[in-house]
Design a protein around this ligand. Structure first.
Ligand code: CP3
Length: 347
């Protein structure tokens, strides 16, 4: 069977057209998703494999993306480490980690024991996909997970997280190290269950100075990736690893040390500039501003062309948004986007 376009592009092999998927492609912009969310809470949805499978498949069946992504949330493993997580829908953690005792109390769970529904969902999705497109598994990167664990939710200034890391780096690194270990075993179990690629989301890495990015974000994301790549499961089924550090433009030189195979790029930098700085070791994923989906079709088409031109003829481009799709997006624009990428990128 011919290899999937998406997996070929991850390995920087030539493809007949650019593969594409969208971060947060399953979600509230789809009425099919909202209909299910009327009946169950977000966490119930994540923890019910039949439903998680159904919403993962919705955008695949409707728009024809080149990859599916497991429906779950990056914060789910924090529960199994001993932290309560609620969604309102914004995440709230009522008992955040603020000191050394809190960090030392965090457990390293056995993923199969503590989150069996994730792996059951992966197996169901693989069956439902029937090899049409590959399935991406994912986890939050240690730094981004730490922001939620310490702040107790989203934040503007991230002052509690940065205060902990800057004033007590030993405790900070202990926290990040525990999160890296959980990330690695969690991703390993996803690969064992059938994930054909994994993405690490470092959504808030962009709030750090370049030196702090290396010390607190990249170092621990790399340690999670190295632990995964050293595992028996990975050696038996090596899958591409994507590292998406949102807001990565100031850190490109440092990102050349990433242990990932594919780097996600947001829209604040031209793809060509990013690629020149990163060298040809990595495939790149990105980088349309999700707000472009609110443009009229002609203007959106021009923006798609701009992204594709930025990638030029280099092998290893995966078209994506620079961050997640916004819930108020018109689904017909999504259809137009998928068709336009497929049309304009045909070699
Ligand atoms: O991409 C996909 O389609 C797969 C599913 C997925 C979700 N969250 C579903 C979700 C993935 C990959 C995530 C990752 C995630 N979760 C990240 C990293 C990606 C990014 O956007 O930077 C982050 C930071 C989170 C944490 C999180 N979960 C937030 C901030 C929110 C609130 C979002 C909002 O707009 O209110 C969530 C909830 C969440 N995760 C929803 C979905 C579909 C909305 C929940 C609902 O249906 O009410």
């Amino acid at each position: 069977m011919a290899e999937h376009l998406f997996l070929k592009a991850c390995r920087r092999e030539p493809v007949e057209r650019t593969p594409m998927w969208m971060m947060r492609q399953a979600g509230r912009y789809m009425h099919e998703y909202r209909a299910i969310r009327k009946k169950v809470s977000f966490l119930e949805l994540c923890k019910t494999p039949e439903l998680a499978c159904e919403v993962t498949m919705q955008p695949i069946n409707e728009f024809g993306f080149d990859a599916a992504i497991l429906f779950c949330d990056i914060l789910v493993p924090l529960e199994s480490m001993g932290l309560q997580v609620d969604f309102t829908p914004a995440p709230v953690l009522p008992n955040p980690v603020r000191d050394r005792a809190g960090v030392m109390a965090l457990k390293i769970p056995d993923p199969e024991q503590e989150m069996p529904y994730v792996f059951e969902a992966i197996r169901k999705i693989r069956t439902a996909l029937d090899n049409r497109v590959p399935l991406i598994g994912f986890a939050g990167a240690p730094f981004t997970m730490a922001t939620y664990a310490v702040e107790g939710g989203g934040s503007k200034s991230y002052e509690k997280t940065k205060s902990l890391l800057f004033s007590d780096p030993e405790t900070g690194h202990e926290l990040l190290d525990r999160l890296a270990r959980v990330t690695a075993v969690y991703l390993e179990a996803q690969v064992a269950a059938g994930a054909q690629c994994v993405q690490l989301f470092d959504s808030w890495a962009g709030i750090l100075s370049p030196g702090d990015f290396s010390e607190f974000a990249l170092r621990h994301a790399n340690s999670a990736i190295e632990m995964l790549k050293d595992s028996a499961t990975y050696k038996e089924s090596p899958v591409p690893v994507i590292y998406f550090a949102n807001g990565c433009a100031p850190y490109l030189q440092r990102l050349r040390e990433s242990k990932a195979d594919v780097l996600g790029v947001d829209w604040k930098i031209d793809l060509s500039t990013a690629w020149d700085a990163l060298g040809d070791k990595y495939a790149l994923q990105g980088n349309l501003d999700p707000t472009c989906l609110f443009m009229p079709e002609d203007a959106l088409r021009a923006r798609v062309k701009e992204v594709l031109d930025g990638a030029g003829n280099r092998p290893g481009h995966i078209f994506n948004l620079g961050h997640g799709i916004l819930p108020s997006t018109d689904r017909e624009r999504v259809r137009f986007l998928v068709n336009t990428v497929k049309e304009l990128s045909a070699r």
